[in-house]
Design a protein around this ligand. Structure first.
Ligand code: MIC
Ligand code: MG
Length: 299
C-alpha cells in the first residue's frame, strides 16, 4: 500500500551486492510510477528512469530541455513506488561541475540507487542522433569528480557515460572510459556501441561494471540477455521500450475508435481493471480502511 517500504539506502546496498556478483542485471525503463510496479511484479532487477522518456512525456524532444527539478521530481515519483533499485539518467549533470554535485545530491534525495552523467557538450542530445559533440577529457573528468564528491551515500552508484564512440571511434571510447574510471566512476555506460565486439573491447578496457543500452531504432543491434551476459556486460537497459509499446498500442486503439466508433475490438488487448487494481493494491487500502473504521476504543 502507498509507497514501497524498502529504503533508498537498502536499495543501494542491495544493488551494489547484486552488481558484485557479476551477473547481468536487467532494467526496463519505467515510463511512470505505475509501470515501475509492473517491472517489479515481473521479476526484473531494477528500473531505469530515462531522460528521453521524461522529455517525451512532457511532449519535448531529448535535447537538453528538461530541468533538474523536473527530472528529480519524476525520479522520486518512480523510485518510491518500487522496492527495486532505480537508475536515473542525469544527462550532462545540468551545468558546470558545481551544478553536477548538486544534481547528485538532489537525485540521491529523490531515492535513486544510481545515476549516469555523460560527456556530451551542453545542450546534449539523444545519444543515437547524429551530430553530437563531446567535451574534452579534462571537462569530462571534472564532471565525474564533482559527482563523486557530491554523493553522501557511498553506495549511490555514479556511472560515467561516454558518447565519444560515435565521434572519435572505439579507441577514443576505451581511453575515455579508463580516464573516467580513474576519476572515480563506479561503472561505465558506453553509448552507441555498434556491435558485440565493441562491447567486448569496452569490457576488456575497464574493470568496473559496464552497461548496454538496448534502445530500439538506435545505433546498436538488439542483443539478447544471453549474448550480453556471455561477454560480461553487467547492466542492460531498455530505456524507452515500454513507452514505445504503450504508445504503439494507444495509436492502434485510437485508429480503431476513429474508424469503428467503438473500442470493443481492442478491449481484449487492454490491461483489465482487475489487474490494474491488483497493481495498485486496492486490497491493501481496503484492509487499512476497515482497520481504521472498525476500530473501537475502550473507555
Ligand atoms: C538512454 C537514453 O539516454 C535515455 O534518455 O533513455 C537515450 C535513449 C534513446 O533515445 O533511445 C539515449 O541517448 O540513448
Ligand atoms: Mg538520455
Amino acid at each position: 500500500m502507498l509507497y514501497a517500504t524498502t529504503t533508498p539506502a537498502a536499495k543501494r546496498a542491495a544493488f551494489r551486492e547484486r552488481l558484485a556478483t557479476g551477473e547481468l542485471l536487467s532494467l526496463p525503463g519505467a515510463f511512470n510510477p505505475l509501470s515501475a510496479r509492473l517491472i517489479q511484479d515481473k521479476g526484473f532487477d531494477g528500473v531505469y528512469i530515462s531522460g528521453a522518456v521524461i522529455s517525451a512525456d512532457l511532449g519535448l524532444p531529448d535535447i537538453g530541455l528538461t530541468t533538474l527539478t523536473e527530472v528529480a521530481t519524476r525520479a522520486r515519483q518512480i523510485a518510491r513506488m518500487t522496492d527495486l533499485p532505480a537508475i536515473v539518467d542525469a544527462d550532462t549533470g545540468f551545468g558546470e561541475p558545481m551544478n553536477v554535485a548538486r544534481t547528485v545530491q538532489e537525485l540521491e534525495d529523490a531515492g535513486v540507487a544510481g545515476l549516469h552523467i555523460e560527456d556530451q557538450i551542453n545542450p546534449k542530445r539523444c545519444g543515437h542522433l547524429d551530430g553530437k559533440a563531446v567535451v574534452d577529457e579534462a571537462t569530462a573528468i571534472k564532471r565525474i569528480r564533482a559527482a563523486v564528491s557530491g554523493r553522501r551515500d557511498p553506495n549511490l552508484l555514479i556511472m560515467a557515460r561516454t558518447d565519444i564512440r560515435a565521434i572519435d571511434g572505439m579507441t577514443a571510447a576505451t581511453d575515455r572510459a579508463k580516464a573516467l574510471v580513474d576519476a572515480g566512476a563506479d561503472a561505465i555506460f558506453p553509448e552507441a556501441m555498434a556491435d558485440l565486439a565493441e562491447f567486448e573491447a569496452m569490457r576488456a578496457a575497464v574493470d568496473v561494471p559496464i552497461l548496454a543500452n538496448m534502445t530500439e531504432f538506435g545505433k546498436s543491434e538488439l542483443f539478447t540477455t544471453r549474448q550480453l551476459a556471455d561477454i560480461g556486460v553487467n547492466i542492460v537497459i531498455y530505456p524507452v521500450s515500454l513507452l514505445r509499446i504503450a504508445m504503439g498500442a494507444a495509436e492502434r486503439g485510437l485508429d480503431v475508435l476513429r474508424s469503428e466508433g467503438t473500442l470493443e475490438p481492442v478491449v481484449a488487448e487492454m490491461q483489465h481493471r482487475a489487474r490494474l487494481y491488483e497493481l495498485l493494491d486496492y486490497e491493501g487500502y481496503n484492509a487499512f480502511d476497515s482497520s481504521v473504521f472498525n476500530f473501537t476504543v475502550a473507555r
